[in-house]
Design a protein around this ligand. Structure first.
Ligand code: HEC
Ligand code: HEC
Length: 356
């Protein structure tokens, strides 16, 4: 369902770009004093909002078995016995207080081994396929044991893991109750961890309010930034949907020796290509990119403005933009609306609030 809705959003974005039938015009955007006359005028604003709307999905039926798996998965997520050193849990890198990331440019694994890439956030992943920055995991269940068994990441072995957990009465009992067929086993550990990770959701933002129809959820400057995101900046070509990602792989021209998707896919466009990341809460989650090489949103916007390295794999949607200083500032102001809670919740909004 959600996939279909995202495809529809992408089609709409392409259609809009191709026909130019919906235009975002900015009246007198260069004027010194921001005022009502400079507000971008979104023609047919509903269609633009649809590009970011949460796809309609049927609510999962509350299921006691699934809840038990989630509870067990949560225990395992914070469990240091999952690492070879006994000192590292999933939460060491995916810190719940930091949107399930850490603040290191690249992750540091067991015994202080440096990993090649930055820890990504773990929210809104329930339906994302494939996972990992290069797409090498087909599903959450396939992904969650990868860090455990990777010698540089958590450095545990299958035998070590089962033996250490098997010594704990709580795990022996809970696995037997929760997974009567498998008991304490690798597939059961994977199912529990995946069930927990699938429940993690990013909190609502001020921008969600705009999407829901509250025009004043964004200030003038932020609306100008949104117009650049949709128009001159071309960001919408890849950052679309409620999570502001198409979940596809693109080379955006960063200087890197990491082939990304290109390690698995011979297609020319896959070289140096990484999965488009979610932009939810992005201003709170520096540094940016697969290698944490850009320290601030300003650095990110400067990168897109320059267009990155011109090479055969670079996406045709990434090219020098010629943004003015004011446009860069407005674009950053818009990205910040994706990164702050909505203003005090109105009673009318509560009725339609789907978040817990
Ligand atoms: C040493 C730090 C570290 C630890 C510990 C760690 N991860 Fe990660 N995690 C990463 C990094 C780095 C990536 C990105 C790797 C890549 O894309 O190549 C990642 C990627 C992921 C992804 C894919 C996210 C996406 O958007 O594709 C999931 C899911 C995940 N980790 C879950 C877990 C779970 C569950 C555990 C514990 C069993 C765990 N991680 C332990 C650093 C860590
Ligand atoms: C061709 C598709 C594409 C376009 C167009 C695009 N992006 Fe991206 N964006 C990506 C990909 C892919 C990455 C991740 C690259 C990496 O990890 O090396 C990314 C990363 C980012 C990040 C860092 C997120 C993080 O968590 O590390 C930000 C912020 C961002 N883009 C904002 C923008 C803005 C603003 C624009 C418009 C000026 C834009 N993007 C245009 C595909 C795109």
């Amino acid at each position: 369902m959600r996939r279909r809705a995202e495809r529809a959003a992408r089609m709409l974005a392409l259609l809009l770009a191709a026909t130019g039938c919906l235009v975002v015009t900015i009246a007198a955007s260069q004027a010194a004093e921001p005022g009502a006359s400079q507000l971008p005028v979104f023609e047919d604003v509903g269609a633009w909002r649809d590009l970011f709307r949460r796809p309609k999905v049927s609510e999962p039926v509350a299921d006691a078995d699934q809840e038990a798996r989630v509870r067990l998965g949560r225990h395992l997520f914070f469990e240091r016995l999952l690492s070879g050193s006994g000192r590292m849990a999933c939460s060491t890198c995916h810190d719940p207080a930091r949107f399930f990331q850490d603040d290191r440019p690249r992750a540091v694994g067991v015994f202080y081994r440096s990993l090649a890439r930055r820890t990504p956030p773990l929210f809104d992943l329930a339906e994302v396929r494939p996972l990992m920055r290069d797409g090498r995991a087909a599903s959450l269940e396939e992904q969650v044991l990868m860090p455990v068994l990777d010698p540089d990441e958590m450095g545990q072995t299958a035998e070590g893991l089962l033996e250490k957990l098997g010594r704990v009465a709580f795990y022996r009992r809970t696995f037997a109750e929760t997974f009567p067929a498998e008991g304490l086993s690798l597939p059961a550990i994977a199912r529990a961890l995946a069930a927990y990770v699938a429940t993690l959701e990013s909190p609502p933002t001020a921008f969600d309010r705009w999407v829901e129809g509250e025009e004043d959820a964004l200030e003038a400057r932020e609306r100008r930034g949104l117009a650049i995101f949709l128009g001159k900046g071309g960001c919408i070509a890849c950052h679309v949907g409620r999570r502001l990602t198409d979940d596809r792989f693109h080379d955006i021209g960063l200087p890197t020796s990491d082939l990304g998707r290109g390690r698995f896919d011979p297609d020319r466009a896959s070289r140096f290509a990484f999965r488009t990341p979610s932009l939810r809460w992005v201003a709170r989650r520096p540094p940016y990119m697969h290698d944490g090489s850009l320290g601030s949103l300003r650095a990110v916007v400067d990168h897109y403005d320059r267009g990155g390295i011109d090479r055969p794999s670079r996406s045709p949607s990434v090219r020098p933009l010629g943004l003015t200083e004011q446009e860069k500032g407005d674009l950053i102001a818009f990205l910040e609306t994706l990164s702050r809670p909505p203003p005090e919740t109105r009673v009318s909004a509560l009725a339609s609030d789907r978040h817990r």
